[in-house]
Write a protein that binds this ligand. Structure first.
Ligand code: NAD
Length: 549
């Protein structure tokens, strides 16, 4: 097993020690440590335990006026005391995740430059071409094993946010640590600043990115190629996760690099695995076979295609031909139903362009196709109108509705709408969280359909096995592992994903299956332990202050 090497203990003292988030303990420095480390007088006299510190942090989190303030408070804590930050998040996952990740991270990205406090991660800009290796070498912490990179061109459903997209790699890597048990020093967030086509941002006096239009074509490809080559040279064997790239580069990048290094695109592949897991679980609730499902996707971008491709593979595994399997998946984009006659279709949509008369709106498509599953991946708020949901419920006893778009302001419908307009028959999950809904005597608990259930465990499994590539079969295995984590009591409440407080347990289960596959496919570079489950659990980072001599 390939654990992240533990950094050598550093003998920092005094204020330098208190300012180093990796080793700072604030009020948890013991009395003898304060003597030997030059801390006398630099801290209030009380000596606290980590749980006492966590209690204060949560008290402060709850006192903040808004979720964005809570996010910023936690970010500042991350910069000051890493152990306390991760312990707080780990111990209060369900409460803190919506603050450090979706949905609050959406607003945090929109205001990233305005609310900027301190640098975190690496910024690689268009003008750095020719010296990207030097920039990567400048990263001070040894032991990097996973990089999450974005160019900010499609942040959640919020479009091009340029450099402000840095909130996403930071948030994703926080989940690698808090849920996947990857060590903090193994994580490196990177923002590739290729410019922005968001003119409002370019004119914002506080904007911190390049004030130029996005690089296009060859100039953009050259920047990416230099970045990927530099990553391979400076951090050999690293896992590279592409995140929130606009769909015209996301599919091409994945195609270009997936066979060259250990990399994946979370929006396409991670979402695909999460969506398939949700479908598997919904079928346990409505008792139907996968082969009888018809899916209609509102949106034909990365998320929709990722799920469509994963469902196609699952159907092929159950005996359908590829053509038959694809015909179970229908896409509708901003110009209407994706059909064979359309001349404006991007390459990635064509396999799903079936023979059908053109249809311009979603309600008409639902009426014509009678889907059993309606997936929202359009970034368009309220696209699942009352009329659409009623039409869906007319055609199916227990339709599955996935309103995946993030943040909450972009969700295709709320949980309440999905249940109310289908007389409580819809099986519902959404990308951003919604509270339980009371419908008559019944309380329905919407699950959160978020790829946070996939990538931390996937990453852990890849790192633990030292995998050299990420294969489709690994996502398939991750989907199965996630579906298996949904309990009978989750199902009873109508929840098709486990509760967020179980994310760490889910990540462990996903990691074991992914690592198993890496060994089975001959892609693992680490020696295989006798018991994968035990070995993976032993590798997982537990946020705690190490004992001091
Ligand atoms: P994308 O830009 O690749 O695709 C968006 C698609 O929506 C495009 O095909 C576009 O034509 C289509 N669209 C836009 N307006 C539409 C409309 N009115 N009707 C029908 N289609 C319309 O984006 P993506 O990566 O696929 O992400 C889409 C959304 O899904 C985002 O909000 C993102 O945050 C969310 N997402 C959620 C998860 C999750 O884990 N829940 C994972 C990935 C993406």
């Amino acid at each position: 097993m390939s654990a992240t090497p533990k950094p050598a203990p550093r003998q920092l003292t005094g204020t330098v020690l208190l300012r180093d988030a990796a080793v700072n303990r604030d009020t948890a420095f013991s009395a003898p440590a304060r003597e030997t480390l030059g801390l006398l007088g630099l801290l209030p006299p009380a000596v606290e335990t980590l749980p006492q510190q966590v209690a204060r942090v949560m008290d402060n989190v709850r006192r903040q006026a808004s979720d964005l303030d809570r996010h910023l408070y936690l970010r500042a804590l991350h910069q000051r005391n890493e152990t306390l930050y991760y312990r707080t998040v780990r111990d209060h996952l369900a409460e803190t995740l919506p603050l450090i990740y979706t949905p609050t991270v959406g607003q945090a990205c929109q205001e990233f430059s305005r609310r900027f406090q301190a640098p975190h991660g690496l910024y690689v800009a268009a003008q750095d071409r020719g010296r990207i290796r030097d920039i990567l070498r400048r990263w001070p912490r040894p032991g990097v094993r996973v990089i999450v990179v974005t160019d900010g061109s499609r942040i959640l459903g919020l479009g091009d946010l340029g450099l402000n997209g840095m909130g996403i790699p930071i948030g994703k890597l926080d989940l690698y640590v808090a849920c996947g048990g990857v060590r903090p020093e193994a994580c490196l967030p990177v923002l590739l600043d290729a410019g922005t086509d968001n003119t409002a941002l370019r004119e914002d006096p506080f904007y911190l990115g390049l004030r130029q239009p996005r690089l296009q074509g060859e100039a953009y490809d050259t920047l990416l190629a230099e970045f990927v080559a530099a990553v391979q040279e400076v951090f050999p064997g690293v896992l590279l996760q592409f995140e929130d790239f606009s769909n015209h580069s996301a599919f091409a990048l994945l195609q270009r690099y997936r066979d060259q290094l250990c990399c994946f695109n979370d929006d396409i592949q991670g979402t695909g695995a999460m969506g398939l897991a949700g479908l598997y679980t919904a079928l346990r609730l409505n008792g139907e076979p996968l082969t009888q499902q018809r899916l209609l996707f509102a949106g034909a971008g990365e998320a929709a295609l990722g799920i469509a491709m994963m469902v196609t593979s699952a159907l092929v595994a159950q005996g359908l031909s590829k053509e038959e399997a694809r015909r179970r998946c229908w896409l509708l984009d901003s110009k209407g139903l994706v059909v064979a006659g359309r001349s404006d279709l991007a390459e990635h949509k064509r396999p799903y362009a079936h023979e059908h008369p053109p249809l311009l709106d979603l309600q008409a498509a639902v009426a014509a196709l009678r889907p059993s599953v309606l997936v929202g991946a359009s970034g368009t708020s309220q696209l699942f109108s009352e009329a659409v949901l009623r039409e869906l419920a007319r055609g199916h006893a227990r339709p599955l509705v996935l309103a995946l778009s993030n943040p909450t302001s972009r969700a295709e419908c709320t949980a309440e709408q999905a249940y109310a307009f289908t007389e409580g028959r819809a099986i519902f999950a959404s990308g951003s969280p919604y509270p339980p809904v009371q419908l008559g005597e019944t309380t329905l608990v919407p699950g959160q359909a978020n790829n946070a259930y996939i990538f931390p465990g996937l990453g852990l499994g890849l790192l633990a096995s030292g995998a050299t590539r990420v294969t489709d079969a690994m996502f398939f295995a991750a989907a199965r592992a996630l579906a298996d984590q949904v309990s009978a009591s989750d199902l009873q409440q109508g929840r098709i994903f486990p509760g967020q407080e179980r994310l760490r347990e889910v990540a462990t289960a996903v990691a074991v299956r992914v690592a198993e596959l890496a060994y089975a496919e001959g892609l693992a570079s680490a020696p295989r332990p006798a018991d994968l489950d035990t070995a993976i659990r032993a590798l997982m980072f537990e946020p705690d202050y190490p004992p001091r001599p």
